[in-house]
Structures are given as C-alpha cells and as structure tokens.
Ligand binder design. Structure first.
Ligand SMILES: [Zn+2]
Length: 271
C-alpha cells in the first residue's frame, strides 16, 4: 500500500511539470472508490496552479476547484507526454497541455474526487479528521506529547490511527518505535515527555529518510515519472522476525496488534 513517503515522492515527481498546464480533457475508466462528483468536461480549460499533499491525499489545485487524488491500496500515478492508450487498470487520465497524468489502480481502492474549493464538505469529510503533518513545522513535540497523554490505547495503535499524526503507517510505526526505544504495546498516555520527544524525532527521521530514498514499500512502486521503485526501506525490525536486532543482536519479535503485524526488539524496546 502506498504510504506517505510514496505519495510525497509521487507529488514531487510531477508537481513542477504539471503546474501552469491547462487541462485539455479528463477520462474516467472503471469506477474507483468514490465518484468524481462532477462531469469530467467541467475541468477542461482549467489551469493547474499547484500540487499539494495532505496525509496520503494529493491535492491538484486548479484555477477553479481542485481534484483530490488517493492511491488506495495499489494505485500509482504517472505523468508522461505520451503514455499511450489506457490499459485495463488505467482508470483516470487528466490530459493537460504539459502531459497526461494517469492513475493506474488494479484494485480500484484509489479515488479522484473533484471539489469546488477546500472548504467544500467533500474535502472536509476526507481531510478534516487528519492529524499533524509529520514533515512540516506544525508537527510540534510538545503538542504531540499532549495529544498522546489523552490516549489510553497502545502507542502503535495511536500512531496508526492518524488523528494525532498522519502518515505513520504500519512499517514506519514499527521502525520509529524501534529507533525511539519504545515498546509498541505501551499505552500512549504513559509516555514521558523525553520519550515522546524521542518518538517525535524518530517519526520525522524515518519518514524523511524514506522520502529521500524514493520511498517505496511496494516492490512494483513506480513514481509518476515512471521510474522503477528502486528502494526497499532499509528496515531495522519490520519484516525481520527472528533475525538479529541490528543494535544488540537479540532476535526480533513479531506480534499482532489490531490485525496488523508489529515487529520490535524485546531488549532495545523494554518499556
Ligand atoms: Zn535490540
């Protein structure tokens, strides 16, 4: 599943090239997770003014309205001058004067949704409950700790929920907790300020490194320029059950938390 780093890498791969282009037409394939919400012809003639991101949503800003795009479970976006005719898993094309932005999504959990402006109820419904952006200055250590103090759930579950901080998916949660030396099962409210600070720093570092590496958790991930996903996360604990911890050599342990696998070092992450 594309995680925040993949979405950010995708955004960076085409944002500059599509900004300033004019939409020629939009083509829909099979139904995606949610309907577009407007006649595709409505976006023709609109100019792209920028590409933003909130959580795992890309926001394609037009001079009138915006398109929210989500990659779902298996989606990828590609921006190319001449991508050829759409294949059976290509379910959205935005044809612009600078190239074609194409959503390839075999499982069709992705979506493209139009909204007239950012305060529209469709936007608020999708983005309104999202937590802080971990890579932006608004992700403040003090506020992070204060928010954790309100949660009785295990820290890993709180990270995955996305309402305190967005984008810390299953892999990144395990990795960040390892680097912060925190056991994934500890109740969030029990973390002291120094430990919350360490986790705050670890989240930023893990996600930033993933973005810099090209951020792939999907073997076949390709960014919007069509480059093959050439980076597998250099995981310290995730997916390494039974293998030695890179710090102390203790075998990495795997447990289940809320239907998801969690990996940790029982020695380095004692509490
Ligand atoms: Zn260890």
């Amino acid at each position: 599943m594309p995680e925040l780093p993949e979405v950010e890498v995708t955004r960076r791969s085409f944002a500059d090239r599509i900004t300033g282009a004019t939409v020629v037409s939009a083509r829909l394939g099979k139904p995606l997770r949610w309907p577009l919400g407007v006649d595709p012809q409505h976006v023709a003639g609109r100019r792209v003014t920028g590409v933003g991101r909130r959580g795992k949503y890309l926001l394609l800003h037009l001079d009138e309205g915006l398109l929210l795009m989500h990659l779902g479970m298996s989606g990828s976006l590609r921006f190319a001058h001449d991508p050829g005719s759409a294949g059976r898993h290509d379910h959205f094309d935005l044809v612009t004067t600078a190239g074609v932005l194409r959503l390839h999504d075999p499982r069709r959990f992705g979506a493209v949704v139009w909204a007239p402006h950012e305060l529209d109820e469709r936007v608020v419904r999708l983005l309104g409950g999202l937590g802080a952006e971990p890579l932006e200055d608004g992700f403040d250590a003090g506020r992070f700790h204060a928010a954790l103090r309100e949660r009785r759930a295990p820290i890993k579950q709180v990270l995955l929920a996305g309402d305190v901080v967005v984008g810390v998916g299953n892999i990144y949660a395990s990795e960040a907790l390892f680097h912060a030396g925190i056991r994934p099962t500890v109740r969030a409210a029990r973390l002291s300020r120094p430990r919350a600070d360490r986790l705050h720093a670890a989240i930023r570092e893990v996600l930033q490194r993933a973005v810099e590496q090209g951020g792939s958790t999907l073997r076949d991930f390709a960014n919007a320029m069509g480059d093959a996903g050439h980076f597998q996360l250099q995981a310290a604990v995730y997916g390494r059950a039974g293998q030695p911890c890179p710090v102390c050599g203790t075998p990495v342990r795997q447990i289940r938390q809320g239907q998801r696998s969690t990996f940790y070092c029982p020695n380095c992450q004692r509490g």
